[in-house]
Ligand binder design. Structure first.
Ligand code: ADP
Ligand code: MG
Length: 721
């Protein structure tokens, strides 16, 4: 029968455990606890130090947390005459004296306490001036203990406290977990190889988990509370270790199964001397640019080339903050593919961006006689048919487009490289669809939404990662200021002075799905106000998603050519737009934007060497999160710092919009708290797999078992070979 101490396994439903049953199991299920394993990883959020239970008559330090234990003598509810506070008073006595325990506005507790019970309370003690300075305690926790259950009553123990749910008290959890910790599960052999344990000073799995639940000493209690004890660390390591090992195996498998092409003539830039070996088009392109590649760009380019030269397809994520110069890196990669007789395509999230890239690339590539094609929704039927034909015949070597690239009718002759720009705007599915247009093409994914490293290593852990961690020289950080609605006139005054200097400005409005009409109206109205009332002598443009393709194009061109000084826009300009003379970004209703979005918008200015500004105009009411976002924007221009802050505000699930599926759960580890350990675990996982790729070594048999259990059917790794 399952549930007997010696026949349990990790997936045994919790219902079969002694003292649980279907009712409690249904309560636990609501908390996400369904199996024995779930229960064992339900960790205490606090500990009570019962090794220091005070005697009631002892001098009790006022305003310090203490724990008292005594017998209930009396229980009464009363209401204070003036404030109508409901107070439940319990008189608690031990062999030295009596104290009054007071709970406010919890009258239902009257039914909980009965004279004669033994109760442990923890809280702060104070002396009540209205009651002759008699000491009283306001418990933050209480527990009814039974004298028979001696082990629970122990006065020399650190006792775990668990978050409760109706029907499951902290004490119920304690009993359950204590039972589970004594079962056959913990007679299993240690699974991590001994050298790892030794190297980091970790205890065995069993001891670590036991110590986290039932600490044997009060030493290190503080670290336990913070979740940073060596016992936690061991469990955190394990979470990350198996995650990273699975990701690495997945990555290796992908490489083995997909025979790609190798593009041998790319040439390599020597990062030290900057000289180029081999390659023709790249050299020519670099010479035609008005700038030198930054060292970061050179390094990343080399990483990409090494991938492209290998006989399996590249699968790389390129992260670089707004303005770090990803486009030129992608362009060179595309040239390498073209040089080798292949086609390359470049997918971007908006029409506007596609057009901008098309315009720039055609002029840059003019000397190369490479035919560049643009696929956009706004195209005339005939024009589109022609472009499609040329792509299919292989005449067009380089194709730029939006989602329209993944339509069925788009067929390539010989697609060798897929670049996806601003990856966060696309789903995984779209990325995969595009890849299917070729026979295992190389894949380069680019994103300017900095992903905190911890998340990149988990969510995108099966991609190789390149980071452009350096902006082109001479860029000054954008000066960011927060204004409130009533300060609008100073924003206008500043705008005017920038424009007098010959610069240009954006005014951006939020466009939120649910209230599109109202928002659009706001942008249109503001356009009129600015044009007619505020800056009648200037030319003000309007740009929003509802405009036709050629209208948008016209406005954008006028802005680029400085015929328009101020561009009022919705968030269509959020990504990628590059007009280096624009020096001021005014964000209206800044409180309604997400942090990543604000950072993207700010990235539209400061793209040259002159000082640029970002003014955030905020309106009340504002949520606490909004305040935090605005504060973060004003205090930092570092995309990675902002991403960390964004992660802290929203939590990992929200950060990606949807909960990422396909990865095993982290049971103890927290991406926010344990970033360091993630790096360590990743390094160890990769190192171990390099030595023993199929986990054949006897020391690694346990690893294999856990890996398969944790990843379940999400991985069919290790099955080959
Ligand atoms: P992002 O990474 O945001 O896509 P872009 O590729 O649009 O950035 O580049 C931003 C601007 O910086 C462009 O105007 C581009 O021409 C310029 N740029 C790119 N690399 C360099 C460099 N090494 N030195 C100077 N300017 C550069
Ligand atoms: Mg870009």
């Amino acid at each position: 029968r399952p549930g007997m101490k010696n026949t349990l396994n990790w997936t045994t439903p919790i219902q079969f455990i002694k003292g649980i049953g279907p009712f409690k199991a249904s309560l636990l299920k609501k908390m996400g606890i369904e199996t024995v394993e779930d229960a064992l990883f339900y960790l205490p959020f606090r500990y009570e130090d019962r090794s220091t239970i005070h005697k009631i008559a002892e001098p009790i330090p006022v305003n310090e947390m203490v724990t008292l234990c005594g017998e209930v003598r009396g229980v009464r509810n009363r209401i204070t005459p003036r404030k109508y506070l409901k107070i439940l008073e319990v008189a608690l006595a031990d062999e030295t004296g009596v104290i009054s325990c007071k709970w406010f506005n919890q009258p239902f507790l009257e039914k909980v306490f009965k004279p004669g019970q033994t109760v442990i309370v923890t809280g702060k003690v104070s002396k009540n001036p209205f009651e002759h300075f008699r000491p009283e305690i306001a418990p933050v926790s209480y527990e009814i203990v039974s004298r028979e259950d001696d082990s629970d009553f122990g006065r020399d123990k650190i006792v775990p406290v668990y978050h409760e749910t109706p029907g499951m008290t902290s004490k119920n959890f304690r009993t359950l977990i204590k039972f589970l910790l004594e079962t056959n599960l913990f007679s299993e052999k240690e699974k991590l190889p001994p050298n790892l344990l030794h190297q980091y000073g970790f205890l065995s799995f069993a001891s670590s988990l036991k110590e986290v639940h039932f600490p044997s000493t009060r030493e290190g209690l503080f670290q336990l509370l913070e979740g940073k004890s060596i016992f936690h660390q061991r469990l955190v390591f394990e979470d990350f270790f198996f995650l990273e090992m699975g990701l690495a195996l997945r990555k290796n498998k992908h490489k083995k199964e997909n025979k790609g092409f190798s593009f041998p003539t790319g040439g390599l830039v020597d990062p030290k001397t900057g000289t180029l070996h081999g390659g023709g088009m790249e050299e020519k392109l670099l010479q035609s640019l008005s700038f030198q590649l930054t060292p970061a760009q050179k390094r990343v380019l080399n990483e990409i080339k090494e991938d492209m030269m290998r006989p399996f397809p590249m699968n790389r994520l390129l992260q670089g903050d707004v303005g770090s110069g990803k486009t030129v890196v992608a362009l060179i990669a595309m040239l390498i593919a073209v040089e080798n007789g292949f086609q390359a395509c470049f997918m971007v999230p908006t029409e506007l961006l596609a057009e901008q890239h098309y315009f720039n690339l055609t002029s840059l590539l003019a000397p190369f006689h490479i035919s560049v094609g643009l696929l956009s929704q706004g195209m005339k039927k005939k024009e589109q048919a022609e472009t499609l034909k040329e792509i299919a015949e292989g005449k067009t070597r380089l194709v730029i487009g939006t989602h329209s690239l993944i339509q069925e009718k788009v067929a390539f002759k010989k697609l060798g490289l897929v670049v996806v720009d601003e990856q966060h705007k696309f789903g995984v599915i779209q990325r995969m669809e595009l890849k299917k247009k070729g026979e295992s093409p190389e894949l380069l994914i680019m994103t300017a939404t900095p992903i905190p490293r911890t998340l990149a290593l988990t969510v995108y852990g099966d991609l190789d990662l390149s980071v452009l961690d350096e902006l082109p020289p001479g860029r000054k950080p954008v000066e960011t200021r927060l204004y409130y609605e009533r300060q609008r006139t100073s924003v206008y005054a500043f705008t005017e002075s920038e424009i007098k200097k010959g610069r240009q400005a954006y005014f951006v409005f939020p466009l939120i799905e649910e209230s599109q009409k109202v928002d659009l109206h706001a942008a249109v109205t503001m356009h009129q106000t600015l044009q007619k009332e505020v800056f009648p002598s200037l030319k003000i443009g309007l740009l929003h998603g509802k405009m036709k393709g050629d209208e948008k194009e016209k406005v954008m061109r006028q802005f680029k050519e400085r015929e328009i000084q101020i561009l009022v826009a919705t968030t269509v300009i959020e990504v990628g737009i590059d007009v280096s003379n624009a020096s001021l970004m005014v964000v209206e209703h800044a409180e309604r934007f997400g942090l990543a979005q604000l950072h993207q918008l700010r990235g539209r200015v400061g793209r040259g060497s002159d000082q640029a500004y970002c003014f955030l105009i905020a309106n009340y009411p504002m949520s606490e999160d909004a305040k935090r976002r605005l504060k973060a924007m004003v205090s930092s221009t570092d995309g990675f710092k902002l991403a960390e802050e964004d992660l802290a505000i929203r939590g990992p699930g929200e950060f990606f919009g949807t909960r990422q599926s396909g990865l095993p759960e982290l049971r103890v580890a927290s991406l926010l708290r344990d970033g360091r350990m993630l790096e360590t675990a990743r390094r160890e996982a990769i190192g171990l797999l390099e030595k023993d790729p199929l986990l054949h070594h006897p020391d690694h048999a346990g690893l294999k078992e856990i890996l398969l259990r944790r990843w379940m059917d999400k991985l069919d790794l290790l099955s080959t070979g």
